[in-house]
Design a binder for this molecule. Sequence first.
Ligand code: HMG
Ligand code: MG
Length: 298
Amino acid sequence: KLPKKVTVKEVGPRDGLQNEKERVATEDKIAWIDSLSETGVSYIEVSSFVHPKWIPQLADAAEVLKAIKRKKGVTYAALVPNIRGLDRALEVDVDEVSIFMSASEGHNRSNINKSIEETYPILGEVVKEAKQAGKRVRGYVSTVIACPYDGPVSPSQVRTVADQLFSMGIDELSLGETIGVAVPTQVEQLLDELLLHFDSEKLAMHFHDTRGTALANIVKSLEMGITIFDSSLGGLGGCPYAKGASGNVATDDLVYMLHELGIETGIDFQSLMKSGQLIETALGKQLKSRQMDILRAE
Ligand code: HMG
Ligand code: MG
């Protein structure tokens, strides 16, 4: 029933760090990403080319992309909100770009300053130009279960946005449970709807763990055939425009569970924990994952 192999996409350097108030030095980010590259993870979301005033922590995206050692077999991706962001990302030859929007008006507006309808043509143009430049494009839809401003979000609302993004030509869609409220029955309802229309291989789940339900939701997603999961090492992260959102599900907790379930990830657990210690030292504060707690207690 469960898949034999899963792809874990490390989004800590982007989704994790974007919510850290204290600036992390560019060289510390580079060292961390280089250490992540040695863990066996095949995909790292390195930074984002959004407006630097909106996310000052990631204003050094270009420097980071230029300086990291790119390991063969690892995809180095970044978020782009518009053509300006795409141009900046292409200048430093990012491997893959991720576009993003929300299933709810309130979050879309507060996150990218546009209505949902206004967002489609902007992203459509980004996908077209990224494809012309030979890049793979990932899409994100946020607030797939609930919105911090508008409340519950229906599966059909998510499907509408997913339809639009896939018709633009995205290769994969990541479903963002932005505020970390979901429970497995809700995930089941969402996937029941989406899997009627889209291949499971093209869908990824992106859970925030605000209420400790992320791993339960991942098990449900695995049972329904999903094999791509986003996570941040040590559970770093959140969304600055979703009040109360805490970090992504922790990569280390996820990888522990997957391996114990007999599911391959290609990731070496010891190297992953070393990489966690490296960013913990750079941040000067403890990461909140269970595996980091255990490591500190040893
Ligand atoms: P805006 O102010 O509406 O932008 O922001 P604009 O298009 O009106 O442009 C205003 C000025 O910004 C112009 O400069 C542009 O050139 C400049 P001026 O002509 O006035 O001198 N500008 C830029 N500069 C650098 N890079 C750019 C860029 N774009 C415009 N890319 C915008 C609109 C989308 C840019 C802004 O709202 C923004 O940057 N938002 C980013 C928000 C963000 O990063 N949120 C977090 C990521 S999403 C997330 O975390 C959710 C996810 O994890 C999934 C989940 O958990 O649900 C993915
Ligand atoms: Mg997120």
